[in-house]
Each structure stands twice: as structure tokens, then as C-alpha cells.
Design a protein around this ligand. Structure first.
Ligand SMILES: Cc1cc2nc3c(=O)[nH]c(=O)nc-3n(C[C@H](O)[C@H](O)[C@H](O)COP(=O)(O)O)c2cc1C
Length: 371
């Protein structure tokens, strides 16, 4: 039997029916108030139905942590009933459900956050056109955000999730604290690579504390192994991050890569894949999730030589029946490009659909037959 169809057990006893993970994907389709919407429940039910583990889009832990229009919140108890529906939808056919929790930091669009003022570790703008300079958070505000990650975890437990994933990847606030580009602080949250790990470490400790009495609750951590800024996070920095994650004792580590096989974004002379380097450092101590353009079952099988679980993102938007087709020996029927005629059938909410078709090259698009 294929490795990807094999069950998997975490050290705390949580069992997955197979090795496939629905990757976290923002869909811009919650209610403008931050509530979970009907559209997103339908979208998730369709995609979580076969996977072992389903991770939600990122949910903001504070009002000033919003990253996208129509994202959903986990910053208030009023969101718990909707979050419960979300957890139930993901778990309806046996998947374990993970809520991804995050703060966008300097990546917040100004119009989504209080006083139109994004915040970050330091007042350094991201390197991109039109970016605004964030306000540096006061030490007490940083502590309040750490507390908010703990509160978000309490809400995830109350809503019936099987775990949370701390979103330390993709240039958002946790990564901004780790990055020498965005973190120029002189308090205990700044300094050398170890000082810059203080915020991620304290977030993990607060989240784990909130989860300590929950039975079989998973706490995972997602990170990006490098960033292109100068100065920026290097693979050497990431070794130190991984050591910290091992010390803190997470249930899994999730490496965010656009392409699973990436060696280095910073140095073209590097030959070893980042995922291999990280897997070696972890050395089986904690389950590892890999992701990034794993389109076919053969590619997933190959990835599972290195990682314990394989996450699929765009693949499951394009073809929610991906795993069902593998299980029933219909691999050749897997769709590898988005069929623009199938929005309703695929239950992709309109804002996500519009984002996909307006951003060239983001998703492979199926050639339309000429009429
Ligand atoms: C539409 C879309 C939204 C995404 N939103 C998130 C997110 O909320 N959190 C996150 O950690 N990664 C997010 N990602 C990154 C994916 O989890 C994944 O790492 C990436 O798409 C590469 O995997 P794939 O090639 O299987 O799609 C998003 C990707 C896409 C395409």
C-alpha cells in the first residue's frame, strides 16, 4: 500500500487516517465581521473529507493582526460558535482539525487595522511597492499579543479543534520578530538570533500552557526557512530556530515552502534542499510536514521519504477528490489545472475564485476548448 495512505500517530496518541494534510489557505470568504461564513464551510467540507489532517486558513488573534479582507477572527469569544461549526465541518468525515493562528504584523493592509496603522517588531517597512512603515510595538503590547495567542488557543479548544498551528511563516508577525530585517529592538524581544527568538518562544509557551489540560490537543509550528531581505533570515538562523522548537517540544513542525524541492532562495550555490537540512536536524524527534507543488501521488510518495506528512494546497482547490482518486486507483483522473467552468462544482467561494483568476501564474489554469 502507498505510504500516503498509511495511518499516522502523533506522540500524544492522536491518530490520522492517512499522511495527507490540507494546507492552510486563506480564502477571503469569511463574513466582514470576522465570523465564519456558510460559503467557507461548504468549501472546507469538500476538501477535508479524505485527508488525515485539515488546517484552516490563518485566523487573526488580535484586531490589529488582520491580514486580509474577509478573514476570520479568533480574538473574541463571540466567534466560538462559528469556529465550532468550522471544526465540525472539517472533522465530519474523520479528519483532525487544526486552527492556524496568526498576527499579520507589518503585512496588514492599513485599511483593515485600528488607526490604519500596521504594527510590527520595529518601524521598518516591508520591501514591496507602496508598503507603509509599521509602528513598533511597545514591550507591553508585545506581551499582550503573546497573551492573545494563548486566548486564541483556549477558544480553539472550546470550539472542538484537535489542535492549533502557530503561524510563524510567510513574513507575518512571528517571522518579523525572528527576522533581522524587521526586528531592530533593544528590549528582550530583540538582539542577536537568540534574542529574536524570544517572541516565538514565548508564544509557544503561552499556547502550550493554554493547551496543557486539553486531552490529545496538537500544537504545531509553521515557519519559512529563509527570507530574501538583506539582512534576512538565513538557513543558519533556521538551524537555531529548529533547535528552539525541539527544546520547546511541539507536536509537529511544518515547513512552509512554495516548492518542496527548494534549496536556497538566498544562495544559488546551495545544493542541499532546505527540507533535507531541516529533516536531518530534527532527526525524527518531531513529526515534520512538507508542502509545495506536490502535484502527483508519485511526488507525494517521494516527499514522504523525507517528511512524515505531506500537505497539499492548490492541488486540493483544483481537485478536492485528489485522494479519493488515489484510493480508488483513478490517479490518471486527477485534475492538475483549474477548470474555469467549475467554480460552483468545486465550491470555491467567489472572492477566492476572483483572486485566483486575477493573479496570473498563481494557479495552473486548464486550457479552454476553442469554440
Ligand atoms: C490561496 C492561498 C492561500 C494561502 N493562505 C495561507 C495561509 O493562510 N496560511 C499559510 O500558512 N499558508 C498559506 N498559503 C500557502 C500554502 O499553505 C502552501 O504552502 C502553498 O500554497 C504551497 O503549496 P501548494 O503548492 O500545494 O499549493 C496559501 C496559499 C494559497 C495558494
Amino acid at each position: 500500500m502507498k505510504q500516503l495512505l498509511q495511518p499516522f500517530q502523533f506522540q500524544n496518541g492522536v491518530e490520522l487516517s492517512n499522511r495527507l494534510v490540507l494546507a492552510p489557505m486563506t480564502h477571503y470568504s469569511s463574513e466582514p465581521t470576522g465570523e465564519v461564513s456558510e460559503h467557507e464551510l461548504t468549501y472546507y467540507r469538500k476538501r477535508a473529507k479524505n485527508v488525515g489532517l485539515a488546517i484552516t486558513a490563518c485566523a487573526y488573534v488580535t484586531e490589529n493582526g488582520k491580514g486580509f479582507p474577509n478573514a476570520f477572527g479568533v480574538n473574541d469569544d463571540k466567534f466560538i460558535p462559528g469556529l465550532r461549526q468550522l471544526a465540525e465541518s472539517l472533522k465530519a468525515e474523520g479528519a483532525k482539525a487544526i486552527l492556524q493562528i496568526f498576527h499579520a504584523g507589518r503585512m496588514s493592509p492599513p485599511d483593515l487595522v485600528p488607526q490604519n496603522q500596521p504594527v510590527s517588531a520595529s518601524a521598518v517597512a516591508p520591501v514591496r511597492e507602496g508598503a507603509v512603515t509599521p509602528r513598533a510595538l511597545e514591550t507591553e503590547e508585545v506581551e499582550a499579543i503573546i497573551e492573545a495567542f494563548g486566548e486564541a488557543t483556549r477558544r480553539a479548544i472550546e470550539a472542538g479543534f484537535d489542535g492549533v498551528e502557530i503561524h510563524g511563516a510567510n513574513t507575518y508577525l512571528i517571522q518579523q520578530f525572528f527576522s533581522p530585517h524587521s526586528n531592530r529592538r533593544t528590549d528582550r524581544f530583540g538582539g542577536d538570533v537568540h534574542g529574536r527568538l524570544t517572541f516565538p518562544r514565548e508564544v509557544i509557551r503561552r499556547v502550550k500552557d493554554a493547551a496543557k489540560d486539553a486531552e490529545q490537543f496538537l500544537v504545531g509550528y509553521r515557519f519559512s526557512p529563509e527570507e530574501v531581505e538583506e539582512p534576512g533570515i538565513t538557513l543558519d538562523d533556521t538551524d537555531v530556530l529548529v533547535d528552539m522548537l525541539l527544546e520547546e517540544g511541539l507536536d509537529y513542525i511544518h515547513v512552509s515552502l512554495w516548492n518542496f524541492h527548494t534549496a536556497s532562495m538566498r544562495d544559488e550555490n546551495v545544493r542541499e534542499r532546505a527540507i533535507d537540512r531541516i529533516a536531518k536536524r530534527i532527526n525524527g524527534a518531531v513529526p515534520l510536514i512538507g508542502v509545495g507543488q506536490l502535484h502527483t501521488p508519485a511526488q507525494v510518495e517521494d516527499a514522504l521519504q523525507v517528511v512524515d506528512l505531506a500537505a497539499l494546497g492548490r492541488e486540493l482547490i483544483i481537485d478536492p477528490d485528489w485522494l479519493e482518486k488515489v484510493e480508488s486507483d483513478r490517479e490518471d483522473e486527477i485534475e492538475t489545472a483549474l477548470d474555469l467552468n467549475k467554480q460552483a462544482e468545486l465550491a470555491v467561494p467567489a472572492p477566492l475564485w476572483n483572486a485566483i483568476i486575477s493573479r496570473a501564474g498563481w494557479f495552473p489554469i486548464k486550457d479552454q476548448p476553442k469554440t
